[in-house]
Design a protein around this ligand. Structure first.
Ligand code: CU
Length: 484
């Protein structure tokens, strides 16, 4: 009996091992399958290791030699790097079959997103006509923080410095940052919080959307302009609304004028999504993908391109609502708000043109915390509107990238809170917690005319402008509230 059990156990173990081995080898073969396709640009080396670089040093360069093995003349239209710290150049744009040339990659240790550890960055070649396999090279490096983390980015913009060493005593001024800016300027970045109805945007039985990555310069506060990275030119981006069971098609374009690769990672998607691999798009390109919205709920989407927190912190996010099939209660008003932190190189209220400070972001020290894209986006004239007696539904997202929100509406009580959709429902809630990356729905009826303040009840954040308003008009309701 014991012998039989031992034999059965051994057979089962071998069977299990075979199953694991077969899964593993399938993955390996899939991996090889996608990587064995070769680009017509053949490099003598595709990776280079700079080793340890001092933060105080200027940029380093490496030449990657390549030969163009295509059949027709090709034009190089761009050579984007995967991060602000990595740039690439070719000093000639048109190539005949068999020609060899050099792609020079430049890395700036003082603009590097992650201040410690060993990292790689990539640079790619974009062409006209475009290629199935985009050629990419990789550079590795590790930063020696010889100036200390607080000096990070101080040397960033000293482009014309002959000896390649910046003035490390002085912080990057807004004037110097503005020298970097050569893109689109927009007068208004804020999303007004309006939520679209379930629209019939059908294309061959598929609900379809087009999103465009746009890097723009726009006012963040009075006299302060920020280099936003956006979906469709507003922050937050486009609110997508679909129904459970719908097949959804999204075409994602990355504007040619942009400087970075971008992508879209939808939390409403079941399927392969590691690094949003199906949707990584270089400037000047677009990709289309489809998915079936299987699970009803309110989900976020965001850019998931290296370095992900930088892309989110610059504004690339918003919501997709998957309505449940069969029922979805009507309300009088629907609005969507996002609480969001700004980590700017300039100090709070300091005037000028500014951009993301990686150092402040990694130390979780925001200069501003706002609702819907900029200081005062949903206050005074731009307040959300309602009438006495209206039932309001707010879709609330905390974009972070770091802080937890204690979401509160002053002088209101949430009749219902759906923390991540409708199960389990909570009733009669004064303040609801919304962690970074979390979306919540709150509903309440406004009984009294008043300008209701939407805040983070960590009220010290009011000084960083975590404030929105709902202006409610109509008759007094003295039975519910009366004051002299
Ligand atoms: Cu992005």
């Amino acid at each position: 009996m014991n012998i039989n059990r031992t034999i059965i156990f051994r057979i089962l173990s071998i069977f299990l091992l075979l199953v694991i081995a077969s899964c593993w080898s399938n993955n390996i073969w899939e991996y090889w399958d996608t990587n064995k396709k070769e680009s017509v640009f053949v490099f003598s080396e595709t990776e280079f290791d700079f080793g340890v670089l001092k933060q105080s040093e200027w940029v380093v360069l490496h030449d990657f030699h390549f030969i163009y093995n295509g059949k027709e003349t090709i034009k190089i239209t761009g050579t984007p790097g995967s991060c602000l710290c990595t740039k690439a150049f070719v000093d000639k744009t048109s190539y005949n079959p068999g020609e060899s040339w050099v792609l020079t990659v430049e890395f700036n240790p003082n603009l590097h997103g992650e201040p410690s550890g060993r990292f790689f960055k990539t640079a790619a070649i974009l062409t006209e006509p475009s290629l199935d396999v985009i050629p990419e090279v990789k550079i590795w490096q590790e930063i020696d923080l010889d100036l200390g983390e607080e000096a990070f980015e101080l040397n960033a913009i000293h482009k014309n410095d002959d000896n390649h060493h910046g003035d490390l005593e002085n912080k990057t001024s807004s004037k110097e940052v503005s020298l970097l800016w050569d893109g689109i300027k927009v007068p208004e970045i804020a999303n007004n919080g309006l939520v679209p109805p379930l629209e019939n945007i059908w294309k061959d039985q598929v609900r379809s959307f087009k999103l465009t990555a746009k890097e723009v310069l726009a006012p963040l506060a009075d006299g302060v302009e920020y280099n936003y990275w956006t979906y469709d030119g507003t922050v937050p981006g486009t609110f997508m609304r679909v129904q459970e069971g719908d097949t959804v098609e999204i075409t994602f374009e990355n504007l040619w004028s942009n400087h970075n690769k971008h992508s879209i990672d939808l939390h409403a998607v079941n399927g392969p999504g590691w690094w949003a691999g199906a949707t990584q798009v270089y400037p000047g390109e677009e990709k289309t993908f489809r998915f079936q919205a299987l699970n009803p709920g309110i989900y976020i989407y965001h850019c998931a391109t290296d370095v992900v927190p930088e892309h989110i912190a610059n504004g690339m996010y918003w919501l997709i609502l998957v309505e449940p099939k069969g029922w979805f209660s009507k309300v009088d008003r629907e609005y969507a708000v996002v609480q969001w932190e700004f980590y700017t190189i300039l100090d709070r209220w300091e005037q000028g043109i500014t951009q993301l400070s990686s150092e402040k972001m990694y130390s979780e020290n925001p200069e501003y915390i706002v609702f819907n894209g900029r200081v005062g986006a949903l206050t005074t004239k731009e307040s959300l509107k309602a009438n006495v007696g209206d039932k309001i539904r707010l879709y609330v997202w905390n974009g972070g990238v770091s802080k937890v929100s204690s979401f509160h509406v002053i002088w209101e009580i949430f009749d219902t809170v759906y923390p991540e959709w409708w199960t389990p429902v909570q009733n009669n809630i004064q303040t609801t917690v919304v962690p970074a990356g979390w979306a919540t729905i709150v509903e309440f009826v406004v009984d009294v005319p008043w300008t209701y303040k939407i805040v983070d009840h960590a009220l010290s954040r009011l000084s960083k402008w975590a404030l929105a308003e709902i202006q409610v008009e109509g008759k007094e309701n003295k039975e519910i509230f009366d004051a002299e």
